[in-house]
Write a protein that binds this ligand. Structure first.
Ligand code: CA
Length: 227
């Protein structure tokens, strides 16, 4: 897959420099603009996969930038904001930013969010299929699990677990991989690998006669038996 292109629109040169350095280290392609108008030009020119957008900008501020971009593009936007009170507005439907970090931020946090947003935005080719293993089906379009053709209750996280296991195509996923895939940057929350075990236990109960499809590999993790 080609490297994702990221546009940074930020008037503080040292922040741009810091972000650029770290993003390029992660193999992203980075463009930058120092005010809102230059940002829009760069946006049209670069067609980025994601924009890191400062809220307070000369010429055209982040709100206006966001509105303009949103008129005809769904490009994910990660907002940098200095004030918590702005967060509601930033994430509001009005603007439609995808996520935000408040300044001062840690570079690690920004990188994690960039990664998570790009992953969510990636057109998943699998996302059209219905995944099947025996009597168990996972319908990605309808966000629904079915046993013997009948829908059964699945919480959002349980759905994600099943999806990860399906997409691993029978390969073992260790607990850390599952945490990373399912919780992503929310790792800072009170989550550890035991959480994975708890979710798997609950998921197995939901799977009834197909529970055995989730196979525990001792001291390693889990895999889904597809045959
Ligand atoms: Ca600023």
């Amino acid at each position: 897959m080609a490297a994702a292109r990221i546009l940074i629109v930020e008037d503080e040169a040292n922040i741009t420099r810091l972000l650029r350095y770290n993003l390029e280290k992660e193999d992203y392609r980075v463009a930058a603009a120092a005010d809102g108008e230059a940002g829009l030009e760069a946006f049209r020119r670069e067609k980025p996969d994601l924009v890191i957008l400062d809220l307070m900008l000369p010429k055209l501020n982040g709100f206006e930038f966001c509105k303009t971009v949103r008129r005809d593009a769904k490009t994910p936007i990660l907002m940098l904001t200095a004030r918590r009170e702005e967060v509601d507005r930033v994430l509001g439907l009005e603007l439609g930013a995808d996520d935000y970090v408040t300044k001062p931020f840690s570079v690690r946090e920004v990188l994690a969010r960039v990664k998570a947003i790009l992953r969510r935005a990636a057109p998943a080719e699998e996302a059209r299929a219905v995944l099947r293993a025996g009597k168990l089906e996972l319908d990605l379009d309808r966000h629904e699990g079915r046993l013997n053709g009948r829908p059964f209750p699945l919480r959002a996280k349980e759905f994600e677990f099943l999806k990860c296991l399906f997409l691993a195509k029978g390969k073992v996923l260790n607990r850390d991989e599952l945490l990373e895939k399912i919780w992503g940057y929310d790792r800072s929350m009170d989550i550890d690998t035991r959480t994975v075990d708890q979710h798997i236990a609950r998921l197995r109960r939901r799977l009834g006669s197909e529970a055995g499809r989730i196979v525990t590999i001792k001291n390693v993790g889990y895999r889904l038996d597809l045959d």
